[in-house]
Design a protein around this ligand. Structure first.
Ligand code: SDX
Length: 428
């Protein structure tokens, strides 16, 4: 392949360099396009064909259903690593040695307390508040209690901000759940592992000893790993563009949490459960919901299906489906919702509408069934997604800042009124 792209506009022809990645992906570098063509730009709603950056963190192949973090396959990481190890890998680029992991965890535990005034902010929320709104608010509010984590330029200052949020975010996640459940806001223990500590803060009752269920712990570890990063998805792109203005890490993460909340993105895991519940209430009539999903006049979509990049199976969905079977079996949970989900999947996989559009179950289709079996309320499902995605957001923000990327500021094509004279109100 030639290493240039040729473009013809009217009588003029232009050449642009091609950029090739380590997995042989190719992009046309249009950095000089507007200047060379006297103002011509590209337009690509939803950025379906547009790369925002070069990144060394995560590789996806949507046709082959491949997902790798820093070159390691998601299948191997989900099976052999734990969440904190994968967080280190995503953020710093290498699997940690035992000493590096212990130091990372020690630095995180050292910062795993939030200012007690945060309780006053949580008190001000109604119990009906959606925990994603609580989480994005509190993540931004952390800036007020940790002002030194705002303008960070050096790697050392970034590291300090990173271990702070890795320590404090699980507290905010747990307290958001305890708030909507009317439970006291508690801490776990620095004697526990990272995920065990999260579980303790989420589930421990004040009047009894909390015993970690290893089935739940292992499943949660896997789920958090599977959600940890996914290259330039909507919320990660949000974190990168907010961070490109040199807004601090916490403010950038707060923006990412808000983007993840949407039902087309991370909010889908909650929407899937609500959809499956509705089908169950409807006597399990999956055909009615399949018809709704295919009806162009009906805004309903089959939640948990389809993906911007995966035009084959989502490798995470395959693993999560296996984990769902195992966890429900090990916990002795009979959940008819799982059978409805499997039935829906089977129908969709043989329906021309879904097959023609390459719509397969995505990461959100089965995850909620596991969270529910763990006793996590449905409003908390997307918060669990955010907890998993935290290291990916951090890694992407750090890569963008260390790469000294310019502030993100897309162009547009204006389609409004041409110039017109102002009219006094008496003349309108
Ligand atoms: C996540 O980007 C990431 O990596 C995200 C994520 C991550 O880890 O960060 O993987 C996490 O967000 C997963 C996706 C969760 N969202 C959902 O499950 C919501 C339901 N899915 C869709 O809304 C949709 O599939 C998207 C948003 C996921 C992708 O949308 P696209 O790529 O913009 O595709 P599209 O809307 O252009 O759809 C193409 C066609 C359309 O039909 P036609 O106009 O060609 O006739 O497929 C149809 C769509 O109507 N379609 C669906 C459908 N998804 C797409 N029809 C019914 N049900 C669906 N779920």
């Amino acid at each position: 392949m030639e290493d240039i792209a040729k473009l013809q506009i009217g009588e003029n022809s232009y050449e642009f360099p091609l950029v090739k990645g380590t997995e042989n992906e190719v992009a046309i570098d249009v950095k000089t396009l507007r200047g060379a063509t006297n103002g011509v730009i590209t337009i690509d709603p939803g950025y379906k064909n547009t790369g925002a950056c070069l990144s060394a963190i995560t590789f996806l192949d949507g046709e082959k259903g491949i997902l790798r973090y820093r070159g390691y396959s998601i299948e191997e990481l989900a099976e052999k690593a734990d969440f904190l190890e994968v967080a280190y890998l995503l953020i710093f680029g290498e699997l940690p040695t035992k000493e590096q992991l212990e130091q990372f965890h020690a630095d995180i535990k050292d910062k795993a307390i939030v200012d007690d005034d945060v309780r006053k902010i949580i008190d001000a929320f109604p119990k009906s508040a959606h925990p994603m709104g609580i989480l994005s608010s509190l993540t931004s509010a952390l800036t007020a209690f940790n002002p030194s984590s705002v303008n960070v330029d050096s790697e050392e200052d970034m590291y300090r901000a990173i271990v702070k949020i890795m320590g404090k975010f699980p507290v905010l996640v747990a307290w958001a759940m305890r708030k909507i459940q009317g439970m006291p806001l508690n801490y776990g223990s620095n004697s526990l592992g990272y995920v065990e500590n999260v579980m303790t803060m989420m589930f421990a009752k004040p009047n009894e000893d909390y015993v970690i269920n290893p089935i739940v712990k292992n499943a949660l570890d896997k789920l958090l790993i599977l959600h940890a990063d996914h290259e330039q998805n909507c919320s990660t792109s949000t974190v990168r563009i907010v961070g490109s203005s040199h807004a601090g890490l916490f403010a950038s993460l707060s923006a990412g949490i808000s983007a993840l909340w949407g039902p087309l993105h991370g909010g889908a895991n909650q929407a899937v459960l609500e959809m499956l519940e509705a089908i169950k209430q409807d006597g399990g009539d999956t055909k009615k919901y399949m018809a709704k999903a295919k009806d162009k006049n009906d805004p309903f979509r089959l939640m948990g299906f389809g993906h911007r990049v995966y035009k084959n199976f989502d490798p995470r969905a395959k693993i999560i489906k296996e984990v769902a079977d195992q966890v429900l079996n090990d916990l002795g949970v009979e959940d008819p919702i799982l059978e409805i989900a499997k039935g829906l999947e089977q129908e969709a996989l043989s329906d021309p509408y879904f097959v023609d559009r390459k719509l397969y179950p995505n990461v959100d289709f089965y995850s909620g069934i596991i969270y529910r079996a763990m006793g996590i309320p449905v409003e908390m499902f997307t918060v669990m997604f955010a907890l998993g995605r935290l290291p990916g957001w951090i890694a992407q923000w750090r890569e963008m800042r260390l790469g000294k990327e310019p502030i993100g500021r897309p162009r547009q094509i204006y389609t409004g009124e041409n110039h017109r004279e102002f009219k006094n109100i008496s003349q309108r």
